[in-house]
Design a protein. Structure first.
Length: 90
């Protein structure tokens, strides 16, 4: 009877060890997959940061460019004044 119990415990331990190894392998695969996804997110974040810097620079250029331009209302007012002056000259 003691030998049977020892044999059952031995089989149980072998089975348990196999399951533990299987779970370890599974977690290892999951960790590798998770790490690769985190790495990809990090790369994408870096790319987004670069694009954001470019956009900021472009906006600054546009903003400075707009300071040198006249808005449509000012342009129409000047156009009207020129028409009046031209009609007085003729």
């Amino acid at each position: 009877m003691a030998e049977e119990i020892k044999e059952i415990l031995k089989e149980y331990k072998e089975h348990t060890d196999e399951k533990i190894e299987e779970v370890k392998r599974h977690f290892s695969v999951l960790k590798e997959d998770f790490d690769s996804k985190i790495s990809l997110i990090g790369e994408q974040y870096g790319s987004i940061q670069e694009n954001l810097e470019i956009i900021k620079n472009d906006i600054e250029i546009i903003k400075n460019s707009l300071k040198k331009k006249v808005d449509i209302e000012d342009f129409e007012a000047l156009e009207s004044r020129v028409r009046v002056l031209e009609s007085k000259i003729k």
